[in-house]
Design a protein around this ligand. Structure first.
Ligand SMILES: [Zn+2]
Length: 75
């Protein structure tokens, strides 16, 4: 799992959308539209999925095992 990120259109900074999603699943997902509150601009930006990307956190990569059987076959 990673955090869905978008680029702030005003400042160009990457801001987290608060949506957690698997990178592979995100690529396969249909195009969607959403809104995210930007703390830098103090406004809500509207964005499309094609403008977003998944930031895979170190935490997500660090955990292995645990009996999760779905999504086996990464890489
Ligand atoms: Zn902004």
């Amino acid at each position: 799992m990673g955090m869905l990120m978008i680029k702030c259109p005003e400042t160009g900074s990457a801001i987290p959308t608060g949506i957690e999603m698997d990178g592979e699943r995100f690529r396969c997902s249909a195009v969607f539209f959403s809104r995210t509150y930007c703390r830098i601009c103090a406004v809500t930006h509207e964005w499309f999925a094609k403008e977003a990307w998944v930031y895979e956190s170190v935490l997500a990569k660090g955990k292995s095992g645990g009996g999760q059987s779905f999504g086996a076959g990464a890489a």
